[in-house]
Design a protein around this ligand. Structure first.
Ligand code: APR
Length: 231
């Protein structure tokens, strides 16, 4: 059985990383236009760097929860028959043992040079003074995160994997941001079974065949057990 799993901020909520649109979510505290757009970075790069530096500090202290561990276990059994696509920029899937994680919105623990696009693993604070090792220019350090208005990563691989899936499962996402929010509709149109695992119904809950609600750290492991038990 080929399974396509899409995760969102809700899968990392119980690891202490804030979600975006819940009560007290990240976007209730920051204006995304100021900190998560190319225009915001051009206007005030220091504000953007401060925003992501604070998220890097949070990430350093975060541990994967039972949902991340369950998905790593599912990958250990399914191997290439599991396609794990995450909207999250955290590395908690990897910390839980997942080997193949598709970060369609990029990765917080990677720095990209705004001048030459070179990327490198990095958890240190982003600074204006940092000199890019690839192009030798300073002032370009940004997180390797896909901002609003930028193109998500790995979309060809994602669409291929979606078309080959027998089951599409969404875990911990509000279904607010496209193209990720449209994957369930694409899956349904291709006759692929769909399942939503979330704390509460998402914006596109009505599209899903199966809906399992509750904390991801409880519902996701139970769902993985069920899948493995049926194999
Ligand atoms: N268990 C399961 N689901 C949870 C939990 C939990 N413990 N806590 C919250 N959720 C659910 C919420 O009900 C909500 O539907 O997780 C979802 C989080 O939604 P968002 O905050 O909108 O996060 P996400 O869907 O990942 O956002 C998508 O938007 O801001 C951009 O690039 C950013 O990747 C992000 C994208």
């Amino acid at each position: 059985m080929r399974i396509f799993v899409l995760t969102g901020a809700g899968v990392s909520a119980e690891s202490g990383l804030g979600t975006f649109r819940d009560k007290d979510g990240v976007w209730t505290k920051y204006d995304l236009n100021e900190v998560a757009t190319p225009e915001g970075f051009a206007r005030n790069p220091a504000l953007v760097r401060d925003f992501y530096n604070a998220r890097r500090v949070n990430l350093a202290g975060a541990e994967p929860n039972a949902a991340h561990v369950a998905l790593a276990r599912l990958e250990a059994v399914l191997g290439d028959d599991l396609f794990l696509c995450t909207q999250n920029v955290d590395d908690l899937h990897e910390k839980a043992g997942s080997r193949r994680v598709i970060h369609m919105h990029g990765e917080l623990a990677v720095t990209r040079c705004h001048h030459c696009q070179a990327t490198r693993p990095d958890v240190a604070a982003l600074t204006a003074e940092a000199v890019c090792e690839a192009c030798g220019r300073a002032g370009g350090a940004r997180p390797h995160v896909v901002w609003f208005g930028e193109t998500p990563l790995y979309m060809d691989a994602i669409e291929d994997a979606l078309a080959q899936a027998d089951l599409f499962v969404s875990i911990g996402t509000s279904g607010s941001v496209y193209p990720a929010a449209g994957f369930v509709t694409e899956a349904r149109a291709m006759g692929i079974a769909t399942c939503e695992i979330n704390l509460e119904p998402s914006a596109n809950a009505y599209v899903f065949d199966e809906k399992l609600y509750g904390p991801a750290s409880e519902v996701a492991p139970a769902w993985v057990e069920k899948i493995l038990g049926e194999m």
